[in-house]
Design a protein around this ligand. Sequence first.
Ligand code: NDP
Ligand code: GDR
Length: 372
Amino acid sequence: MKRALITGITGQDGSYLAEFLLSKGYEVHGIKRRASQFNTQRIDHIYEDPHEPRVRLRLHHGDLSDASNLTRIVGEVQPDEIYNLGAQSHVGVSFEAPEYSGDIDALGTLRLLEAIRLLGLQDRTRFYQASSSELFGLVQETPQRETTPFYPRSPYAVAKLYSYWITVNYREAHGLFACNGILFNHESPRRGETFVTRKITRGLARVAQGLEPCLYLGNLDALRDWGHARDYVRAQWMMLQQDAPEDFVIATGQQNSVREFLVWTATELGITLAFEGSGVDETARVVAVSGNAAPALRPGQVIMRIDPRFFRPAEVETLLGDASRARTRLGWRPETTAREMCAEMVAADLLDARQQVRLRQDDMPAAVAAGL
Ligand code: NDP
Ligand code: GDR
């Protein structure tokens, strides 16, 4: 039985990858951070009671800032494969916490690579580094491929640039089987609530159900190549099954704007939108409502406004990937389109919003009885 260690197992990708590896018969170990509340919601459905025999999913407390902790865990687990997905992964937040982002997203990778080297595991343990299309930043070539020059535009991207090169360096200097997956944006119903796609699907579903009055966004003109996280974790695994280590761009080759994603979401909810104004004064107004997903909305209502706080000090305006190498050498292809993924995310967030409405209604008689 192969053994994998995943950093960031409680995150979006970590949860899909853990599921995928378990389905392939792996024993899966994950590093989770200590938190003041439960933080395993994304993996609760695959959690196994550690008291049971033959458990194949095990969690370890740890942090990418802690070299001794990482070295101990890698030494105990003796993994065949390490997937380094843990990160302060929010680009906007990295401008507010640049030093922390550098510590975790750059030096965290070094700490893991050193653990492999110091434990003498370089012939046993294969290493996957979660590199990012943010490396291309201010793009030098379109579409972006493995050979496109990098130009990072945020503390996050600069930290990920270090991790990209230190992974290449350990491959070249110490003979590690180490690969960078240069993944373009990938989303899902498990996407963190502050990334733009999930913010839109969750936010608009809540507005449609009357739980919130309005959604506030930043740059609607940003262009992204969005895929589904389920497809992208499959590519991560495929990279580590090759005969020789190599770096791969993973993308769909299709590009859409944040504004288009907003329109798709509105359409899924039966809302027709009209955009008015421009720049920070741009708004989206309801023109018509059909179906039963948006009972709280009436024509004329403004349900999206711009908040300048969500603009970044340096923006990545456009990203579009060329995954030809992954297609030819790995046989990888995305199975879900961005539009299908949007529909899946809206369905999940609408269900959640409806449950919230029902919970509030159920609470009402008790509140009335209590004189509140
Ligand atoms: P998430 O933000 O959903 O998950 C990040 C994970 O890292 C969480 O499990 C988080 O733990 C963990 N983490 C954060 N800080 C630390 C730390 N100090 N020590 C240990 N673990 C930590 O990200 P995604 O799943 O979307 O992305 C996975 C990786 O891929 C990240 O490295 C990201 O930068 C990269 N990437 C993502 C892309 C995307 O579009 N999703 C595209 C390209 C790259 P907790 O749950 O406790 O917060
Ligand atoms: P990104 O994803 O920065 O590409 O990084 P995000 O969804 O945060 O932003 C995408 C684009 O949307 C614009 N935008 C907004 N973004 C957020 N978060 N909130 C808003 O209100 C908003 N309004 C407009 C942004 O300016 C940006 O242009 C993600 C992360 O998962 C990284 O970890 C990963 O490396 C890259 O994708 C590839």
